[in-house]
Design a protein around this ligand. Sequence first.
Ligand code: HEM
Length: 410
Amino acid sequence: MTVSDPIAPVRSLLATANQDPHPFFDAWREQSPLFWDETVNAWLVLSYDQCREVLIAEDRFRHPYADADATLIDVKGGARNITVLQGAEHQRMHRYIARLFSPQNIQLYHERHLLPTTHFLIDRFIERGTADLAAEFADQLPARVFMSLFGMDAHDDIFVARVRELHEIIMKWSGGRQFQGEEMTQLALAASQELNEILLPYIRARRDNPQPDLISRLWAEAPEVLEGVTEDDMLATCRELYLGGTDTTVHALCNAIYLLLTQPDVCRAVNADRGDTMNSFIEEVMRLLGSVQYRYRIANQDCDVGGVAVKRNDVLIVVNAAANRDPQHYGCPAAVDLRRPSSRDHLAFNAGPRSCVGAPLAREEMRVALGALLDRLPQWRLDSEREAPCFAGLFTRSYRPLHIRFGASH
Ligand code: HEM
């Protein structure tokens, strides 16, 4: 891609929706590490070094929720939601939540929640020889894993569908708040209230009668971190874990499955080595296709970013997806390379103080899911008679639908 290509002058993030955005990102990055996008009133940050710089320097570039109003806090489930907290309070909360996903805890979740939920979903279509792995598997797994982790009935389809529906309302509202009217705000507040009512009995039950599960562990460790911990604090944390860990993992799973289905050499290598090669593959999926494509930050002061003058209160859109294919940082950036050195240095889980606390769970969920699909769906292939997958979305993206056919079941 060179500056003379016709897409280079199309300087709008919105114009890349529902198509491969990388030719755009490459053309823009070649001209400058960041540029002003008039359609979204923000700087697009496209190079690896500058994206990292902005994400790490929270004193210079704040998270937009630093300015959260009462409505947003209500919809997020409470003021001690990790994404709303700032400074030392945020760091304490980040460390507290990160402990939930220590290697030891992940091993526990693997046995009790990830494996059974994964196989429960595969059992439902295994006899058919066909499936849409986006709708029937990837869309279902992360939500049900959380329900299982929270001690809820992860097999109850009506309950699962309702919880997913309520979250979709909230995500739709928070994704385009500035364009939405009062009616949508009321819907989001009502959805938040209903989710709180669903969660509260579990939060109270685990406080009064601890079990070997995630909510009980949250209660047990909270007093070390949160002064005067309340039910509302537990609600805010559980709500954010679910919100941060479902849709993101759905897209990552779809993208991983798509790459395995479309790159037979990669699939063979991963199938043959479920250890290091599987781990490298998961990092390459996150680097190449990711899930969350960009994040917002706001400049706290006038400053220079990559030679460009940014003004106080300018909005910066950190395009992690573009950074992850920056040729200044990665050799052969558009290829899957299972031997890439420092395979975890991509920005798909962010970097700096607000890097993803749930990344160990997301990685384990992908390892378990992909391993089970490889084991149980021999000769799986895309169904050429059904709609082909397309890289749909904007803020989050994934290949879907994923109609497949496969051979005899195990
Ligand atoms: C493949 C799946 C995932 C992706 C791509 C992803 C991506 C991200 C990104 C980019 C951020 C930074 C947000 C920002 O501050 O701008 C983030 C933060 C966060 N993620 Fe994830 N995430 C994933 C899975 C999960 C899971 C499974 C959980 C919960 C178990 C989770 C919980 C969180 C939380 C609580 C934060 C806020 C961290 C903080 O503010 O300190 N995420 N994630």
